[in-house]
Design a protein around this ligand. Structure first.
Ligand code: AMP
Ligand code: MG
Length: 411
């Protein structure tokens, strides 16, 4: 059995990012950018006002106070979007709205709240520093600068930023196409009555939702009874038009576990099978180089509903991120403090599902949720983090440092 760390290294070594393509901004959510974003223009593009107020010369307001306001002659108004260039002189003010161009002759903009207009004049109750409330050209970035690097996910602010630079389309990496194979004689589709000994298939729903959360929509699921023939048929169907197939169940050492032998019989090279982690020991990973020059991947995940989602989160998600062109392969971990003492046998890295709380001393503490067995979905459903109870550790004392992974289904 290999360690979780070794498994991640092998995944990283075997997964190659998909090809580039170009998509419209409206279809970009969930993709990773395939090229650096170079500023097509400076931001801000022109000096503009951060507030609604009055553009002035600062020397005019040196002595202005609430009790002794200064009066300036109001010459005109400049609204956002108006291209007007104008000159103001000593003793004059111009009314300006947020986002409107500030003419070079204005040295500052005073917020409307400190001003009162009367008979073509404006009374101003405070002084102003040069540049106050003016957003200067190029303050954020200059034309030609790299604003974002390739490999960042097209999140709402990334898409907004591309739009702000005038892009309609942008190069991204192709999104992975993923299908599911769900194995088990005992499984019944929710909505149908259960017979004795049967259970509802929750893994297809959990995995589909996990893929959706990553922006991989429309994955198909194929159900296989625990026979060689049905398992093979399901994988054959699932592999058509997919970069990756994720299966649940049938991957352990039971008499009815056909996933590994089926995938191998379809020509896949086994990269690993079984990881020293809990939950999730029997995880299988295989790759197949296709005649068309591409590569397909199979992750055989265990059947237990918690194991399937924890292994998806800890192993498959990094693989999907790399496939999709993400710059960061690993899930982020942070170091916090354990909330209660934990014990286990050495040998496997135990991902304990927990929540984060703030201790009286202001420290972040990770507390296991109720329901830690690998069939207890409620314990995972309530969790925010996974505590890393390291493989060689037997005891984790309360208040000891512990690494946690944030449970994040979105990237
Ligand atoms: P397996 O890995 O096939 O031996 O399954 C391990 C456990 O997970 C068994 O208790 C199964 O009944 C359960 N299980 C397998 N597949 C599913 C599924 N799709 N939904 C819910 N439970 C499952
Ligand atoms: Mg099974």
């Amino acid at each position: 059995m290999i360690s979780y760390e070794e498994a991640l290294k092998l995944v990283d070594a075997h997964v190659s990012t998909l090809d580039k393509t170009e998509v419209r901004l409206s279809e970009m959510a969930g993709c990773y950018l395939a090229e650096n974003v170079i500023a097509t223009m400076a931001s801000p593009q022109f000096d503009n006002s951060a507030v609604d107020g009055y553009g002035i010369k600062t020397a005019d307001l040196n002595t202005a106070t609430q009790s002794s306001p200064k009066q300036l002659k109001l010459i005109t108004a400049i609204a956002a979007g108006s291209p007007k260039e104008l000159q103001i002189s000593q003793g004059e003010a111009v009314k300006i709205f947020t986002g409107a161009r500030v003419p070079p002759s204005c040295e500052a903009v005073v917020m409307r709240e400190y001003c009162r207009e009367e008979n073509g004049r404006v009374h101003i109750e405070c002084s102003a520093k040069p540049g106050e409330n003016i957003r200067r050209t190029g303050d954020e970035y200059k034309k030609g600068e790299i604003v974002l690097e390739a490999g960042i996910k097209a999140t709402p602010p990334v898409i907004a930023l591309l739009a702000s630079l005038g892009y309609l389309k942008f190069p991204v990496f192709k999104k992975p196409r993923v299908s599911l194979v769900v194995t088990g004689d005992e499984l019944v589709e929710p909505g149908n009555p259960l017979k004795d000994g049967q259970i509802y298939d929750s893994n297809a729903y959990g995995l589909t939702a996990a893929l959706d959360a990553l922006g991989i929509a429309g994955s198909k699921s194929f159900i296989a009874r625990d026979t060689r023939e049905e398992t093979r048929e399901a994988f054959e169907k699932a592999l058509i038009d997919s970069d990756m197939v994720i299966s649940s169940g049938g991957v352990s050492v039971g008499d009815h576990d056909y996933v590994k032998e089926t995938v191998e019989s379809l020509g896949f090279k086994t990269v690993f099978w079984r990881i020293a982690m809990k939950p999730g020991k029997p995880v299988y990973f295989g790759v197949l180089d296709t005649q068309e020059g591409g590569r397909k991947y199979v992750f055989g995940l265990p059947g237990n509903p918690v194991s399937v989602l924890v292994t998806f989160h800890q192993i498959v998600k990094p693989a999907l991120r790399k496939l999709a062109g993400g710059a960061f392969f690993r899930n982020e971990t942070v170091r916090v403090t354990t909330g209660s003492a934990l014990k286990k046998r050495p040998g496997r890295l135990d991902f304990i599902r927990g929540t984060l709380k703030r201790s009286d001393k202001g420290k972040s503490i990770a507390v296991p949720t109720k329901g830690q067995e690998s069939h207890m979905l409620s314990g995972l459903a309530k969790a925010q983090v996974m505590l890393h109870f390291e493989a060689d550790q037997e005891v984790l004392n309360a208040e000891e440092p512990v690494d946690v992974t944030f449970i994040n289904w979105n990237d």
